[in-house]
Ligand binder design. Structure first.
Ligand code: MF3
Ligand code: CO
Ligand code: CO
Length: 270
């Protein structure tokens, strides 16, 4: 079945039509709503497996589909990455403890459109150094988003994120990146969270992609554990991540995955 729409740039990046943005917004809102709803579950003593079970049930009730169940053999509706886990943490019997910082990443498919978003949560009382990491990571995502407009390049996005993070003496993970999406989960281009201004493909109206910087308190290097999914910081330092799905408009950007309850920003500051 060919569900492709729009046309491809020379870099193989699909340009969607203005009318396609409504589908992306609907998918993004479902993913963001689920991330809003699970906030009360992020407490000491909770297991990551139970959080994923609730997410799976909500996806079902809402009549939409998980993009991650069955994706390259992945079996869960979320990735739950605690403390020094950078991304792709597998939900399971692990119990959250006071002061843990947690990224939860959900991707749903609604009417064939993909909505992909993640944000940070805290179990119990937030440690001061984790608070700084979460704030800088959140703000770094928005520095990247603010660079999204026709005529800028993907390098401008990476540069905005990297320069902000490094000026705050933290590091940007190089081993994972954002991605094009739309009617598919992962498409060109790789959206790097570091780079030089003015480099890379030019942004054009109709491009759809994620920006999802991972920021470490220590060094940027990661390794993947024996389960073939869980990525951790090599130096065991704390890591944080936020992710939005965005589209390039005629004069800027649209964020599809904004929180309906305005709870995307870390709850400690609200
Ligand atoms: N949602 C992740 C992303 O931001 C991908 C997770 S793939 C999985 O691209 F299989 F690990 F779930
Ligand atoms: Co993503
Ligand atoms: Co994601």
């Amino acid at each position: 079945m060919d569900t492709a729409r729009g046309r491809l740039t020379r870099d193989g990046i699909r340009l969607y039509e203005p009318g396609d943005f409504a589908g992306m917004a609907k998918a993004g809102q479902v993913a963001a709503q689920i991330l809003d709803e699970i906030i009360p579950l992020i407490v000491p003593g909770q297991t990551t497996g139970e959080i994923d079970r609730v997410i799976t049930a909500r996806i079902d009730e809402l009549g939409v589909k998980s993009a991650t169940i069955g994706y390259k053999g992945y079996k869960h509706a979320s990735c739950i990455s605690v403390n020094h886990v950078v991304c792709h943490g597998i939900p399971g019997p692990k119990t959250l403890k006071d002061g843990d910082i947690v990224n939860i990443d959900v991707t749903v498919i609604v009417d064939g459109w993909f909505g992909d978003t993640s944000r940070m949560y805290v179990a119990g009382k937030l440690p001061r150094k984790a608070e700084r990491l979460i704030q800088i990571t959140h703000d770094a995502l928005f520095k990247g988003i603010e660079a999204v407009k026709p005529g800028n390049t993907f390098g401008d996005i990476g540069h905005a994120i990297q320069s902000y993070v490094e000026s705050n003496r933290m590091s940007v993970v190089r081993d994972f990146c954002g991605h094009g999406l739309g009617r598919v989960f992962h498409a060109p281009p790789n959206v790097l969270h570091y780079g030089r201004a003015g480099t890379g493909p030019k942004l054009e109206q109709g491009m759809l992609f994620t920006i999802e910087p991972m920021v470490n308190l220590g060094r940027p290097e990661t390794k993947v554990l024996a389960d073939d999914w869980t990525a951790v910081t090599r130096d065991k330092s704390l890591s944080a991540q936020f992710e939005h799905s965005v589209g390039v408009t005629a004069d800027g950007f649209e964020i599809f995955t904004l929180s309906p309850a305005d709870k995307f920003h870390p709850t400690f500051s609200t």
